[in-house]
Design a protein around this ligand. Structure first.
Ligand SMILES: Cc1ncc(COP(=O)(O)O)c(C=O)c1O
Length: 470
């Protein structure tokens, strides 16, 4: 415990020590059975006579707060049971109205429910722990000379080079290393773009329904967010607000409805943005998992005006816990982005970045994707089969060809709270479709994530789900 002495305090130094230790014992910060620091060390640290400390300790001992042990040492005699909840400290500080309006998404979700159909999760059992550990060791060896320094906020040049080869190979996105910015994921990449391209009060467009944290993040930086409808061809480009300076889209696999943005719409969106000089964030969050159809060309490849920012993430490919992704941006924006990264958090930790670099370079990522694609394709088939086998049609699946979730419409769904109570009772955890609507009347249904559930559990979980609606 840190002790403080105030030379301007009228009390004797030993009294100041005594008061602080007694208070810490009383409120449980110094737990029962814990040892006080040896008086010699305390005296050394505080630059005072040892007798000042022993005086304080002697008083605490006399009053029963501590017990002197033979052979030295003073042991706290506080609450044997857990201390009572500490009262909330009074504060004159309050969040601004804008900050107070920000709400967390997915609060109250369990980490390991019995049947996990939560959207946005991947299977921890598939994480390539041994390979990742090997690459982390290599990264630490490689970085040994550099641990005394902050890294490049945009990510090391090695990783940026590796990522240029990766996006070209996997998505046909042509980029040079100086166009790549390593980020804490797709959401963070979008945040950085908003910080660099938008002013408070500017308008941004997002898909409706969409991924709620994007709307939340944009509002938190003072941007006005407009929801634009989505149909079976993806974002309805004709409905974009004229004033929008930035559009966030998920063209490969619309979140959450699953549509692929048609080629016609892609071209229309690019024309729309090109005419206005508005930015398009192409959020390619899960396109590595594709079960049918060849992917359409990314917007980034079709872009002739330099308005598309391509955003990739390793949250689905590997793990959302790694917090790593990247953006391909026009080189002219890189200095402003990296200056913000440096000012905010200095970017992705170099050890994680270097580990990912080795993981891709040594072929582990390709191997991991070959394996997980098979598993997730099996789950995708199992979900479709289980839903199709339901005797009644209370759940209607939307077409789904990619990713780790499938959306089911459920017109007669109970409200979310009731559904939650019912499903939790059976150990089933779900993500509601309603929550992905931020701007208009929500449709009832489920965004069914099949990343975390084991394949044999799927038929039973879907049957359980259907029974909640009956
Ligand atoms: C549309 C969309 N974008 C981004 C993300 C998350 O990306 P990240 O973890 O890389 O921030 C998700 C997660 O499910 C998503 O659905």
């Amino acid at each position: 415990m840190e002790l403080f002495l105030d030379p301007d305090d009228g009390r004797a130094l030993s009294t100041q020590l005594y008061d602080q230790i007694r208070e810490a014992i009383a409120d449980g910060r110094l737990p029962h059975g814990g040892r006080l620091q040896p008086s010699r060390l305390v005296a050394q640290e505080l630059g005072i006579a040892r007798s000042t400390v022993t005086d304080a300790y002697a008083r605490l001992t006399a009053e029963g707060y501590v017990e002197g042990r033979r052979g030295g040492g003073s042991v706290v005699q506080g609450h044997a049971s857990p201390p009572p909840e500490m009262a909330e400290a009074p504060t004159a500080l309050a969040p601004t109205a804008r900050a107070a309006a920000v709400r967390r998404y997915g609060v109250g979700l369990e980490s390991h429910p019995r049947y996990d159909l939560t959207a946005g999760r991947v299977d921890a059992r598939l994480f390539p722990l041994a390979d990742w550990r090997r690459c982390t060791n290599r990264a630490l060896t490689r970085l040994a000379r550099d641990v005394g320094y902050y890294g490049d906020p945009a990510g090391s040049i090695e990783l940026r080079r590796t990522l240029t080869h990766w996006v070209t190979r996997s998505r046909g996105v042509a980029a040079t290393a100086d166009q790549i910015v390593v980020t804490h994921g797709a959401g963070h990449a979008t945040y950085l773009m908003a910080r660099v391209l938008l002013r408070p009060g500017d308008v941004a467009a997002v898909e409706e329904p969409g991924y709620p944290p994007i709307t939340t993040m944009l509002r938190s930086v003072g941007v006005e967010v407009v929801g634009v409808p989505v149909d079976e061809h993806g974002l309805v480009v004709d409905a974009l607000p004229d004033a929008a300076r930035l559009v966030h889209v998920t063209p490969s696999h619309q979140y959450p409805l699953g549509a692929v943005l048609s080629r016609q719409r892609r071209l229309a969106l690019l024309r729309w943005a090109g005419r206005r000089g508005a930015a398009i964030i192409e959020d390619d969050y899960d396109s590595e998992f594709r079960y049918q159809n060849r992917p359409l060309e990314p917007l980034h490849r079709l872009d002739r005006d330099g308005v598309v920012i391509y955003v990739g993430t390793f949250s689905k490919m590997l793990s959302p816990a790694l917090r790593i992704g990247f953006a391909v941006v026009p080189p002219g924006l890189v200095p402003a982005i990296t200056a913000i990264q440096q000012a905010v958090d200095f970017g992705v930790p170099p050890v994680t970045a270097q580990t990912l670099c080795a993981f891709i370079e040594d072929g582990y990522l390709d191997r991991h994707l070959r394996r997980t694609r098979k598993v997730y394709a099996g789950r995708h088939r199992a979900v479709r089969a289980a839903v199709a086998a339901l005797p009644d049609s209370c759940l209607t699946p939307l077409p789904s060809h990619a990713g780790l979730h499938m959306t089911l419409l459920a017109p007669d769904a109970p409200d979310d709270e009731e559904l939650n109570v019912r499903s939790t009772r059976h150990g089933l955890q779900l993500s509601s479709l309603r929550r992905t609507y931020q701007h208009s009347r929500p449709q009832p249904g489920i965004v069914l994530g099949f990343g975390a559930i084991s394949t044999p559990d799927i038929p039973y979980a879907i049957e359980l789900l259907a029974s909640l609606y009956r």
